[in-house]
Design a protein around this ligand. Structure first.
Ligand SMILES: Nc1nc2c(ncn2[C@@H]2O[C@H](COP(=O)(O)OP(=O)(O)OP(=O)(O)O)[C@@H](O)[C@H]2O)c(=O)[nH]1
Ligand SMILES: [Mg+2]
Length: 213
């Protein structure tokens, strides 16, 4: 099924992950969150800032899918979750494979670049892709606020319109991975929404405690 070294490497990473989580299975649940958006909007940079507190001006494009994980206390009872962020490669050439990797997600971040109007044009396509394959909530994220230019008013309007007109899209946050602006707040906003939603529905299907597929 797997044809290249890179994919095998991801499989290896996952094997190691599950090896550990077998020991911790009793205490720690694993949840899957998708991070999507056009190429070069800053998905990997946002995750690198949140998880490793680093920023790279020459960050490389993600080939296929990358993985970031973090153990986070996200509910009011102080329970810890192992959150795995699936960092979708945004370049067109990887698009064909992504629909197969949406299953099992409990939430998603959908990014566009505040300094590049064209990146907002891809939002609708990403929303369709994510919504066809799951019923999890989406957080819209504007990136690179440090580079924001005069167009930003249009993009804010555009983003707010999406939030108002789409039930699944529950919020809009503006960030800069470079200047470390609004990063923790953005992740908190998504995780907090997921926990509250989970407490409300409490159904097995939507449960945040669902394991990675
Ligand atoms: N000024 C500025 N540059 C940023 C910011 N975030 C990312 N970048 C730059 O934007 C470029 C692309 O960033 P990535 O994080 O690799 O983008 P990506 O969305 O993961 O791209 P793909 O993996 O191809 O889908 C890199 O040169 C980053 O250094 C930011 O907040 N401010
Ligand atoms: Mg990337």
């Amino acid at each position: 099924m797997f044809h290249n070294n890179e994919t095998s490497m991801f499989v290896l990473i996952f094997k190691n992950h599950f090896h550990h989580s077998l020991l911790e299975m009793e205490q720690i649940k694993t949840i899957k969150i998708i991070v999507a958006g056009d190429g070069a909007v800053g998905k990997t940079s946002l995750l690198d800032r949140y998880i490793n507190d680093i920023f790279d001006d020459n960050s490389l494009m993600t080939k296929g899918i990358g993985f970031f994980s973090k153990t986070i206390k996200i509910d009011h009872k102080g329970n810890e979750y192992n959150v795995i962020f699936w960092d979708f490669g945004g370049q067109e050439q990887f698009r064909f494979m992504l629909p197969n990797f949406i299953s099992g997600a409990v939430g998603a971040m959908l990014l566009f670049d505040l300094s590049r109007f064209a990146s907002s044009m891809g939002i609708e396509g990403w929303m369709n892709l994510l919504m066809e394959r799951g019923d999890f909530p989406l957080l819209l994220v504007g990136t690179k606020s440090d580079l924001e230019d005069a167009n930003h008013i249009n993009l804010d309007k555009f983003a707010n319109h999406i939030v108002e007109s789409n039930e699944r899209c529950f919020g809009y946050m503006k960030t800069s991975a470079k200047s470390n602006y609004n990063i923790k707040e953005t992740f908190y906003s998504l995780l907090d929404h997921l926990v509250k939603r989970d407490e409300k529905t409490n159904s097995k299907q939507d449960s945040i405690e669902k394991f990675v597929a």
